[in-house]
Design a protein around this ligand. Structure first.
Ligand SMILES: [Fe+2]
Length: 384
């Protein structure tokens, strides 16, 4: 076995009803005035009012910053940081999906460090921010337990990463009950991609493999149930665990080619992250089977894909990819063309963007530009 490094970020409280502990936990951190970082959708459905009420009941003053959009921009994070400093909050709550939690990490960092947030891309050189509690409302990103925050830079349109964690995650499956079927499916595909990619990066580790394997099993079993029946408690709980486990898994390894393609498609075409993760995943696994045969066998085992002793990497890769595409169909994931994206739009500057993406260095075996282009073409051609 190769030498491997793995760790965990912040503690996690998991379970249905766990969010009711937020006031008590915020007080334990000494928070007297909190900023809830969130989005307008969660304000509308009443989730923000509920959490605000829980904090107020604990005697904590609350301000709400609800300007987070998908693919959060550096400019919005700079604005949130300025408000937090001016309002003199002494704690930050990230309440939402991946974009919200990533934005709250950035805003929190700016409470104790000079703006702009672009100063801290890819850097560990900063003062620890205020206490940060992360409360996911989707089963997708796992950001509550990762070291990453993905930010879209407004000057270059590239996705950049800040490296920072929360201090506590409160993971309550009940908060995902309101999520409609299409968002349940797309965020669930993000979980799938985190797990499968983290098992097959150029250097994985035993903890990642274990958590990612279990996450894939749970996605295959429970995502179809959660999509069909949004209030199915067992399915929502298992998807929330899968999301959290896959987050811990990839926080220790990063993702690779699939997320490089997905992030760049997100930046270029503004498609939902989980959808582009799904598109890229099958051909990413077909390619990964060449360099990481045993690891892709692990993905096949998690999927329940059968293979023989004499199976070649190419044959196994194709079986895994076909299985994933069938699952995507079952989850009603539309094709790239359905989103109005043309084949030629995929094969120009996107190829260079992918090769410069922060996930690309973690690919399992070297790829030149022609090979990346060929994989991207297959991503387009093999899922209609
Ligand atoms: Fe992701």
């Amino acid at each position: 076995m190769e030498v491997a490094t793995y760790s965990q970020t912040n503690p996690t409280i998991f379970g249905t009803g766990a969010v009711n502990l937020i006031g008590e936990k915020a007080k334990e951190f000494g928070i007297e005035k909190a900023m809830i970082v969130t989005d307008v959708g969660l304000v509308k459905v009443g989730v923000v009012a509920r959490v605000q009420g829980l904090l107020k009941d604990a005697g904590i003053e609350v301000i709400v910053f609800d300007k987070v959009n998908p693919d959060p921009l550096d400019t919005m994070i700079n604005e949130g940081g300025e408000i937090a400093r001016n309002e003199k909050v002494n704690g930050v709550i990230g309440l939402g999906g991946g974009s919200v939690m990533d934005a709250s990490k950035g805003i929190n960092l700016l409470t104790t460090n000079a703006p702009p947030i672009s100063n801290y891309y890819g850097s560990w050189e900063y003062d620890r921010g205020l206490p940060l509690i992360l409360v996911p409302t989707t089963a997708g990103t796992g950001s509550e337990n990762t070291i990453y925050g993905v930010i879209t830079d407004s000057t270059t349109n590239a996705k950049k990463v800040i490296l920072t964690t929360g201090d506590l995650a409160i993971v309550d499956p009940e908060l995902t009950y309101e999520l409609p079927a299409h968002l349940t499916a797309s965020t669930g595909m993000d979980v799938f991609a985190h797990a499968a990619e983290s098992m097959t990066v150029n250097m994985t580790n035993p903890m990642t493999k274990l958590l990612a394997f279990d996450a894939i099993r749970k996605v295959i079993k429970y995502l179809p149930i959660a999509v069909a029946d949004p209030t199915n408690v067992e399915a929502r709980e298992n998807m929330m665990i899968a999301s959290n486990f896959a987050g811990i898994a990839f926080s220790n390894t990063c993702c690779h080619l699939g997320h490089a393609i997905s992030q760049c498609m997100g930046a270029k075409f503004h498609v939902p992250h989980g959808i582009s993760c799904a598109w890229a995943l099958p051909e990413t696994m077909a390619y990964a089977a060449i360099g990481k045969f045993d690891e892709v066998k692990g993905v096949a085992d998690a999927l329940g894909v059968e293979y023989g002793d004499n199976e070649s990497p190419e044959e196994l890769g194709k079986k895994v990819a076909d299985n994933m595409r069938a699952f995507m169909k079952k989850m009603n994931i539309k094709s790239i063309a359905d989103y109005g994206i043309k084949r030629e739009d995929m094969l120009g500057d996107l190829v260079d963007m992918v090769m410069e993406d922060n996930c690309f260095p973690f690919i399992p075996s070297p790829l030149n530009r022609d090979q990346v282009r060929e994989i991207i073409a297959k991503v387009y051609d093999t899922y209609k």
